[in-house]
Structures are given as C-alpha cells and as structure tokens.
Ligand binder design. Structure first.
Ligand code: SF4
Ligand code: SF4
Length: 56
C-alpha cells in the first residue's frame, strides 16, 4: 500500500513538507510519491487542496 498522486495535482508543493518520511518530490508533470518509502500516514491527502493523493 502507498498513496499515489493523480493527474489532478496542480504542483503547489504543499504536500512535500508534510510527509514525515520525505518521499514526495516534484516530478515531470506532477508531484510524485516514492511508493517504497510511503508509510500511508495520509498527511499528503489531508493537505492537498485538490485531493490528488489517493490511497491505492
Ligand atoms: Fe508521505 Fe504520508 Fe503521503 Fe505517504 S501518505 S506520501 S508517508 S505524507
Ligand atoms: Fe499536488 Fe496536492 Fe501535493 Fe499540491 S498538495 S503538489 S496539488 S499533490
């Protein structure tokens, strides 16, 4: 299990600082989550203004 950022991401960057394991970074089109490091805390989903991070 890991969270995944979908295409709704507007690249605001708000989630990056909220991740306790620093596994969110800017990607080519959207911010991306390193699935191997994500601990499913949900902070990114709570922070995101457009609901882009989704639990897979
Ligand atoms: Fe980071 Fe938590 Fe979001 Fe996973 S669910 S990417 S650990 S903030
Ligand atoms: Fe994208 Fe949401 Fe993260 Fe902003 S908070 S960079 S819109 S996933």
């Amino acid at each position: 299990m890991a969270y995944v950022i979908n295409d709704e991401c507007i690249n605001c960057g708000a989630c990056e600082d909220q991740c306790p394991v620093s596994c969110i970074s800017a990607g080519d089109a959207t911010y991306v989550i390193d699935a191997d490091s994500c601990i499913d805390c949900g902070n990114c989903a709570s922070t995101c203004p457009v609901g882009a991070p989704q639990a897979e």
